[in-house]
Design a protein around this ligand. Structure first.
Ligand SMILES: [Zn+2]
Length: 506
């Protein structure tokens, strides 16, 4: 019987094993919405967007990891031939599953968080908590009390086991593996790290990659296996130390390019009063309060991070910045032009969805900078870490005090909050992405400069109770006195004024 030589051509195989640890909260949708047994609203249980899981074990879909690695490698790594060999040709979602020789397994939860984990609706078994995404009150810039949607989220400090399997050309086994290792280093890239999942503009999905080991099934290992058959997975051998060194050197030599660095400023926010992002009471706590109205359970208490420190979510920062930006834009533009400056999302005059970049110019300036339907925001907020929690305090208010602007229940109510906490993080603007869509987006740098000035001088508040003096803060900005930064902002302001004068009647 004739044997087709081609079909017998042996391709060495490899397995890369390691861990991805969350450094900030991670949410990736499973497409499922499930009622939460504990969270209820007047009209019944609340539906929560579920994190993918197998049984009770959460996992990151392999396609999510592959897509993020491919997108990053496409921008940062030079070798297109190996990129397509390993990851396939398409980068669109439909094509991610096919093409390319590397197969990305679903990464199952492998390392649990240190307990206690004081997060809302913390589920120790699933290692998830529930994040309530609040609607930003556009007039006051504070979070309104009306909840919009809920996401089952994995906090920082959780590890997922990653496994990447593939077949390589015999002559380029090490090159292909080294290419994947280079792409994996994208997770810890200092300027442009890979971020996984959704809401990455508000600091979600920062991961730390740790390689555990690399296995090979080459000709020698295959011959050994033929002599002593066992399950094929046991025929793989660990990479030798010299091979690991070789791979390390090869992965270093994969040429990386850094796209134009987004303008990044480091910001320290210091509250000069009480600060509260509310973590609404659980049903059990509400029942307890009803049974014993004199109990000192607070009616409102701060949202905590996984370490029990106050949390200032990136989405809250972005929301407050956006409403301040809308105010600024509407003051700069003539009344008839307000909608070109800043639309009202969710209302009738909101920008219409755009299909591709050609529709970009139809978006208002606020949507161009903060994201609009069909356009992802070029403004990124890193995770703001609490560097000093300040003091935890409880204050008592009379019901008549309209703390949130809504009606209060009970005779008086307790508010637990942190007094003078401090947070640190970065805000960056990817002006290059905007340049692909409009000729001169430098107005955005002018607007960013105005926002940072307002933040610095205490004109932007975060969290609840601004009418009671809560949430006021000042900020220090690392590059504020830097001459280049000042010049960019000055030029940006000039463009912003030109933009505002475009349709001004003489
Ligand atoms: Zn808009």
């Amino acid at each position: 019987m004739a044997i087709n030589q081609n079909s017998r051509k042996f391709r060495p195989r490899y397995v890369i094993k390691g861990f991805l640890h969350t450094e900030s909260p991670l949410f990736t949708g499973s497409g499922l919405v499930v009622p939460h047994p504990e969270i209820k609203r007047d009209d019944g249980p609340v539906e929560v967007m579920a994190f993918p899981r197998a049984g009770d074990t959460p996992y990151i879909p392999g396609s999510t990891i592959k897509g993020a690695l491919r997108d990053w490698a496409h921008i940062h790594l030079q070798d297109r031939t190996i990129l397509e060999k390993v990851f396939g040709k398409g980068s669109s979602e439909e094509q991610q599953g096919s093409g390319g020789r590397a197969r990305f397994m679903d990464a199952l939860l492998a390392l649990k968080r240190i307990e206690p984990t004081p997060l809302p609706y913390w589920d120790s078994k699933r290692q998830t908590y529930v994040e309530a995404h609040v609607c930003i009150e556009r007039v006051t810039g504070t979070a309104a009390e009306k909840m919009l949607y809920y996401q089952e989220t994995v906090p920082a400090g959780v590890g997922f086991k990653v496994e990447i399997r593939g077949k390589a050309d015999e002559g380029s086994l090490y090159q292909e593996v080294a290419f994947i290792l280079s792409a994996l280093k994208g997770f810890t890239h200092p300027q442009n790290p890979i971020l996984l999942g959704a809401d990455t503009q508000s600091a979600k999905g920062k991961m730390y990659w740790e390689c555990e080991n690399i296995l090979f099934l080459d000709k020698d290992a295959l011959m050994a296996w033929l002599k002593r058959p066992c399950p094929l997975q046991d025929a793989y051998r660990n990479a030798h130390l010299e091979e690991l060194h070789h791979l390390e050197n090869l992965s270093k030599s994969v040429e990386t390019t850094l796209p134009d660095r987004p303008l990044t400023v480091s910001v320290t926010i210091t509250f000069d009063s009480h600060f509260l992002v509310n973590d609404p009471p659980r049903p059990g706590e509400l029942q307890e309060k009803e049974r014993n109205p004199e109990s000192d359970l607070p009616d409102m208490k701060p949202l905590l991070d996984e370490k029990g420190q106050p949390s200032l979510p990136g989405s809250a920062i972005k929301g407050a910045l956006r409403s301040q930006a809308e105010r600024i834009l509407r003051t700069l533009f003539e009344e008839g032009d307000h909608n070109r400056a800043a639309c009202h999302p969710g209302q009738e005059d909101a920008c219409k969805p755009i299909q591709d970049i050609s529709g970009y110019e139809r978006l208002c300036l606020a949507c161009r900078m903060f994201g609009g339907p069909g356009w992802k925001s070029p403004l990124h907020i890193s995770r703001f870490k609490c560097i000093d929690p300040g003091r935890e305090t409880t204050q008592e208010f009379l019901a008549i005090d309209r703390f949130t602007g809504g009606g209060a229940h009970g005779a008086k109510f307790n508010i637990r909050a942190f007094y003078r906490p401090k947070f640190q993080g970065t805000i960056s603007l990817d002006i290059k992405r905007m340049k692909n869509a409009e000729k001169d987006p430098s107005w955005a740098l002018g607007l960013l400069g105005l926002l940072l000035r307002d933040l610095k001088e205490g004109d932007i508040a975060f969290g609840l109770g601004s009418s009671k003096g809560y949430g006021t803060c000042t900020a220090s900005i690392d590059c504020w006195d830097n001459a280049n930064f000042q010049e960019e902002v000055r030029n940006g302001l000039e463009s912003l004024r030109k933009e505002a004068n475009k349709t001004r009647r003489p």
